[in-house]
Ligand binder design. Sequence first.
Ligand code: NAD
Ligand code: DAU
Length: 376
Amino acid sequence: MNFDRTLIITGGAGFIGSHVVRLFVNKYPNYRIINLDKLTYAGNLANLKDIEDKPNYRFVRMDICDFEGVLKLMQDEHVDGIIHLAAESHVDRSIKDPFTFAQTNVMGTLSLLQAAKIAWDSFEGKRFYHISTDEVYGALEMTNPEGVEPPFTTKASSGQHHLAYGEKFFTEDLKYQPHSPYSAAKASSDHFVRAFHDTYGLPTIVTNCSNNYGPYQFPEKLIPLFINNIRHRKPLPVYGKGENVRDWLYVEDHARAIDLIFHQGKTGETYNIGGFNEWKNIDIVKVLIKTTDRLLGRKEGEDMDLITYVTDRAGHDLRYAIDSTKLQKELGWEPSLQFEEGIEKTVRWYLDNQEWLDNVTSGDYQKYYEQMYAGR
Ligand code: NAD
Ligand code: DAU
């Protein structure tokens, strides 16, 4: 079969990557989509069961740090675009094991950049799209602890809860001030991507996105972890006082933004992607408890006593809030879901997919992959 384009999506077996792979495989039958993933603890091919047999999809188990392997794959498959999501992504793990984060996020990205530079004789029609995080900008101040009307109006923000906890927002021109080993490694990878654009003319794009939520997120992250714990009436470990603010975006809205930017974004540019949707952790936790209780037929709020305040995360950034005006103005993107709708869908998904949660928490799926790929 002849395809118009061949793209590698790295980290396609992870949370956001699986939504991006699904979107591209279904929306672009004329593109060959190669999901390149090492299948670490966070990678799970069950996330892609519905598309694994499509004729335009191929899975390749590979480490992005394997420069020779990546280069050969790019040459053999005549790859003309890379959407790079593979990374170690959990801040708490980075505090315990910074080396793995530097290796994957920095050296892995460098290996992909170098492979693309060599594989592409001409940069015409090529694109290297690097997915990054808002955490590279560091933490914003909380000047309005009670929350005020934000300066933005979007479809998604016109609804029930929408507050800003400070006057400042992350804009694309802010200087990088990462605090955790995770964000330091992501910041370093962003710098390498821009260096390859400025030095060699590699056609790159970088986006920095806020916190994603939705189906298929590994249950070490706040939202899936807490939904699972509420269901099983286990304690909910809220770090510090639960006052930290995050800006939440439904994962399919992020995937839509990635599609738009991959096709229409300007080479060499950076775009911030966010939900215009700031929440204090403790307020989210209360919404999760109420929603989960209601959907399980329990009395709404009866599980509030599961909230357990624990020692704060080291170097815990106080507030993240993205200003994605540039993306809205230049490419017309905006979040499609109100948070309340997105949370309802998300809680429902985890409650309906207990088997998926049990598999990833038991580690059974890892044993399955080890057998499946033994000797390859
Ligand atoms: P995730 O941890 O769910 O998935 C990461 C994927 O990368 C997994 O499938 C894993 O197997 C794969 N991977 C890890 N190391 C690899 C390696 N060396 N070689 C090949 N594959 C490897 O991550 P996520 O939450 O989906 O995040 C995806 C990307 O988006 C990351 O780059 C992250 O920094 C960025 N991001 C995430 C969020 C968020 O809220 N989750 C927000 C903004 C940006
Ligand atoms: O902002 C984008 C980032 O969002 C991404 O780059 C990261 O890959 C992604 O993991 C996420 O980072 P956070 O650290 O913000 O997400 P996490 O779900 O780990 O935590 C969200 C907030 O909840 C944070 O303030 C810490 C707090 N928390 C988290 C956990 C796991 C708790 O209070 N208790 C917990 O058990």
